[in-house]
Write a new protein. Structure first.
Length: 793
DNA sequence: TATCGTAGTGTTTTT
DNA sequence: CACTACGATA
């Protein structure tokens, strides 16, 4: 094989591959084709970083690692090269045959791990990879830090004295444990709140300080208190075979550090490591990343220091800033071209973020059109603000669709006023986050049963269900059980399953035994029944359903619906895991999936969420509401340089979600925890240059922006408390008692007479109906409310 | 032992 | 305002 031949082949191959990624810009392509070694991708908002990530993986799998390879395999023939050169002269993508010739040392999908922060991001990554690569994409480890660690731990955690059936405690569970710890240690919560201690512990874990290490370092009295709590807290978790969120990462790092054979196995497995949102990693996550990538050092991290918004939970931008020191020969590529937003939006966002001092410094630019200026609205209160947003969306929508609009706020509580205004004005909406399904007491109860069946040592969950529904096992008995367990060094369950062994439990022995039998009986069903059927049996056998049915009030019925709704989560899980469905797997998924994606994404609705939740998303039209000093930036950040900068980054993230238009609103006064407060306009608004605004400040007092059509402004509903006991969540449950409306149905309304349903827009457990009434015009009504005055004809 | 009522408390963002 | 913790009562 001559040198000239090799050269021809390599040139043709390189050019073909470059052309395969011709829809990327120069920098993006460089990022895709730089496959070896440490790579830091500084990717601004809207710079197409996810696309780059996906193409990068696709390139590895399709063409192999070395786009700059110097080798020419001996199976390449003259005919091959000629074919390749000819293909170069023709437009269009490669044929499969030619692609196969270009594939030198293709990378196995299972040797790639792509880590993200949120499940949403991981899901999107998976979907897009699958769309591009087909079934082989399933072997790529595309998941969150936590789920990746769980997967490793399930296999390896035995070494650390836990079992693979470990339980995961969420923040609420951790807090419960900590409160118990403090109660037993006679530490007053008013002196030192449990949350604060947990925060300290979390920070200790981030620095890899185990209880015994922390104990040695505890300097002052306060730290000694924390230390005592830490020791006991960790002991309880260990005894319950339970891990909190931090432990999941911490123990994985420990495992990889201390056990050479484990470390080597994973380092050999993962030839390519990719980490998204690197600016949000904490120290532990950095260590984990470094360990995983430690074998081949093919590590690509993507991040944007301006979008770091999780400092409050330990994320440190240092990881980005130090990357080039930590990894020798790291390459840096900046992606600064923005493909998402108009110039006006980008200018405004750039101007705001410029006020931060601790940044790596970059300026996004775009070839997009100038676009319209940013609209600013000052409302008198949150009701008017919400109403304004509703009206403006209604006016802007035209023939477009509602899903083009997003409303972003700082705190979940702000959704209330918006929800009311949208309901009243008949605009369909969808709320992401907020009160979570899995946080509902009744759902947690059922989950607690499942956890206990999965891991009998889970004391916390055991205590939650042992007397729920009431079985006559009261606080007194449980105290005794606890004491005995403590003395014997056994999990509660073992003591209470052997009550005749302890004289002190004589009196309640029968009750305890029947509970234990119940649990064991249910657990046995797991072997014979499918997960959903097993769950049905559980709901009945435990008497939980009966308890709720007996009460029979509205609230209980709603709760029963939620209990049954959990079944569909199980069904969904089983469908997604045809081969490896297990109770353990289901519970893990639930524990790590705080944000439930069960909403109907196909419905055409305005979406509302916190600014944090919006990271990584984009919308044609974005509304930023509640832009007031004290709310955003939040009160506790004012006067704190560092925290203020984080808040500003959050603002930057929020603004850069918008593609075409950005509307910024605030209220002169608003109800905040039952108190009316007057707030100044947010400093972030002041930081937007005048010439980016559609309506410069002077004119602000007059009507701004287009008025809602039904002027003078849509009426705001009277302050009635909509009777909503626990309604907030049934959102996802099919509302059985509601008549199903379909377009074309004839209806009779007590006030409007005869009409025909034109459109139905599902919104949670309700639906927005558009009905043309004979002689009364077209009305928009919520199905739930309207049904009281209307029936199908 | 279960339930109800009251007083007190704390309110960001998420895996 | 909303939620929790705790204490009094059936």
């Amino acid at each position: 094989m001559t040198e000239a031949f090799t050269e021809r082949f390599l040139t043709a191959r390189r050019e073909l591959i470059r052309r395969e990624f011709s829809d990327l810009n120069e920098r993006q392509r460089e990022a895709v084709l730089t496959t070896e070694g440490p790579l830091l991708l500084l990717a601004g908002a809207g710079s197409g970083k996810t696309t780059v990530l996906i193409h990068r993986i696709a390139n590895l799998i399709r063409f192999g690692c070395a786009s700059d390879s110097r080798e020419c395999p001996d199976w390449i023939t003259e005919a091959d090269v000629e074919q390749m050169e000819q293909a170069l002269r023709l437009p269009g993508p490669m044929t499969p045959e030619i692609a196969a010739r270009c594939a030198l040392r293709p990378v196995a999908p299972w040797s790639i791990i792509a880590i993200t922060f949120t499940n949403k991001a991981a899901g999107e990554l998976k979907d897009r990879l699958e769309a591009m690569l087909g079934a082989q994409a399933q072997d790529i480890w595309a998941m969150t830090f936590h789920s990746a660690c769980c997967r490793i731990l399930r296999r390896e955690i035995d070494r650390l004295g836990y079992t693979g059936r470990f339980t995961i405690y969420d923040t609420a569970d951790s807090e419960r444990v900590m409160k118990d710890v403090m109660h037993d240690a006679h530490i007053d919560e008013r002196e030192l709140p449990a949350r604060l201690i947990l925060n300290q512990i979390s920070r200790a874990k981030d620095r890899m300080l185990f209880p015994e290490d922390y104990e040695k370092r505890a300097a002052d009295y306060r730290e000694q208190l924390v230390s005592r709590c830490y020791v006991d807290y960790q002991r309880r978790l260990r005894e319950a075979n339970a891990l909190d969120f931090d432990d999941i990462i911490l123990l994985t790092v420990k495992l990889l550090q201390d056990y050479e054979e484990v470390r080597e196995a994973y380092q050999r497995k993962f030839r390519y490591v990719l980490v998204d949102e690197y600016q949000d990693t904490n120290n532990l996550q950095y260590l984990l990343t470094a360990l995983l990538a430690g074998g081949y050092e093919n590590l690509c991290v993507v991040g944007d220091d301006d979008q770091s918004i999780y400092r409050f939970r330990g994320a440190t931008i240092e990881n980005i800033l130090n990357f080039e020191n930590q990894f020798k020969n790291a390459k840096l590529i900046r992606l600064e071209q923005n493909y998402r937003s108009t110039k006006a939006i980008l200018d405004a966002a750039n101007a705001v973020i410029k006020h931060n001092r601790g940044r790596k410094g970059k300026t996004l630019w775009t070839k997009n059109e100038d676009g319209v200026g940013i609209t600013l609205k000052r409302a008198v209160n949150e009701a008017e603000e919400a109403n304004y947003v509703a009206g403006r969306i209604f006016a802007m929508k035209g023939s477009g669709s509602y899903r083009d609009f997003a409303i972003l706020y700082r705190t979940n509580a702000q959704s209330n006023a918006l929800e009311r205004a949208f309901k009243f004005n008949g605009i369909p909406y969808r709320i992401i986050g907020g009160t979570r399904f899995f946080d509902r007491a009744e759902v947690k109860d059922m989950l607690a049963y499942l956890w206990v069946i999965n891991n009998r040592a889970d004391n916390l969950r055991l205590l939650r269900v042992v007397n729920n529904p009431p079985r006559g096992i009261g606080a007194k008995t449980l105290e005794t059980v606890d004491r005995l367990a403590e003395a014997a060094g056994l999990p509660l369950y073992l003591v209470l399953s052997d009550p005749y062994h302890y004289p002190a439990l004589e009196k309640s022995a029968a009750k305890l035994m029947s509970f234990v039998l119940l649990i064991e009986e249910c657990a046995a069903l797991l072997d014979t029944l499918s997960l959903p059927d097993f769950y049905d049996a559980l709901v009945e056998k435990t008497g939980y359903a009966a308890m709720l049915e007996a009460k029979g009030d509205v609230e209980s019925r709603t709760r029963l619906e939620n209990v049954r709704e959990l079944r569909s989560s199980l069904v969904g899980y089983v469908e997604n895991h045809p081969d490896d469905a297990s109770l353990n797997g289901f519970l893990e998924e639930i524990a790590l999936y705080t944000d439930i994606e069960a909403y109907d994404a196909s419905a055409d609705a305005v979406v509302m969420m916190t600014m944090h939740a919006a990271k990584g998303l984009e919308f044609p039209h974005v509304f930023l509401v509640g832009m007031e000093e004290g709310l955003f930036p939040s009160l506790r950040c004012i006067g704190e340089q560092e925290e203020m900068e984080e808040e500003r980054r959050l603002c930057y993230v929020a603004m850069t979600r918008a593609k075409k238009s950005l509307t910024v609103t605030c209220a002169q006064q608003r109800m905040l925890y039952g108190r009316t407060t007057a707030n100044k306009v947010s400093r972030f608004v002041e930081e937007i240059p005048q010439d980016c605004l559609a309506n410069p400040v002077q004119k602000q007092r007059q009507s701004l922006g287009p008025q809602p059509r039904q002027s003078p402004g849509l009426p705001y509903p009277p302050q009635h408390r909509p009777s909503r006991p626990f309604q907030s969540f049934v959102q996802n449950a099919p509302a059985k008692e509601l008549p199903e409306y379909r377009p074309g149905d004839s209806v009779v309304h007590t006030a409007f007479g005869r009409g025909m349903v034109i459109s139905v827009n599902k919104m949670g457990n309700d639906a927005l109906l558009e009905i043309a009434f004979d002689g009364k015009g077209t009305k928009r009504l919520m199905a739930r409310t309207a049904s009281a005055h209307m029936k199908k004809a």
